[in-house]
Write a protein that binds this ligand. Sequence first.
Ligand code: PBG
Length: 331
Amino acid sequence: MSTTYGTFPGARPRRLRTTPAMRRMVAEYRLHPSDLILPAFVREGVSEPVPISAMPGVVQHSRDTLRKAAVEAVAAGVSGIMLFGVPEEAKKDALGTAGTDPDGILQVAIRDVKAEVGDELVIMSDLCLDEFTDHGHCGVLDAEGRVDNDATLERYAEMAQVQADAGVHVVGPSGMMDGQVGVIRDALDQTGHEDVSVLAYTAKYASAFYGPFREAVGSSLQGDRKTYQQDPANLRESMRELALDLEEGADMVMVKPALPYLDVLAKVAEAVDVPVAAYQISGEYAMVEAAAANGWIDRERAILETLTGIKRAGANMILTYWATEVARQLG
Ligand code: PBG
């Protein structure tokens, strides 16, 4: 076909952009409330929610307000909730024992949400030690202060069991230890929790965008996580992590953060036949909120644009702190 007739273009893609109805009709990707998963923080020993200054609009929930947030998420059509526990400072120690205490805050939160909404939401839990250790690392340390991979795996196996005992549907190992998915799968199977799924944080990068999360969970981390989380410079490495996680029994895989890693997400999504999640993390949230608060961008449009981009790159599920708000808007 000729592309021009005299001075006129032969093809006019703009015809399909002429009206809102036309644009809606030809849209290739549509966000749906059920694409969304709400990450939520619950803090031990508070009766009122505590605002997180670096994440305006997000709070550390009390047990009561967490239950309310779960009910609101269900009403909006959100699919799941990913729970993070924030223990009392005095309960943190080198091994993160509060993370494996059946009465630890995360286990309490799982039971609370389960009692409130049952199976109406997919209840997920962060399976990692950093919220519970006094040094803030995702694992236990050896005598030289390095994160000890295999000693950490034993702790993760215990965490998987207590979280499953509390009634969680999906565990989300986020510590990037080698072999974590296999050890957790074994621990679940050996304790009668064959039906609990593993959402593997498969490609998790050492990112500056986790900054606000540190405040959200009251982390005391000194140093960084570069010996266990991936280098932002690497793409192929994610495919290796992916192959290992699938081999070890991951039911679903995740890429995190989302926006700076859409190429990784697209490549992972193309390669697998399991559901793929992306986590739009704390710093991605803070960036949009801060720019919007300054009047520099249109908040609602920017939020929908980022989520649509993540879906277009291949995510079936998106963890986002805006989940309930956006689900309401879409509903
Ligand atoms: C580790 C964990 C982190 C996040 C989720 N799980 C922090 C980290 O790896 O440093 C970050 C989530 C966010 O920034 O929104 N338990």
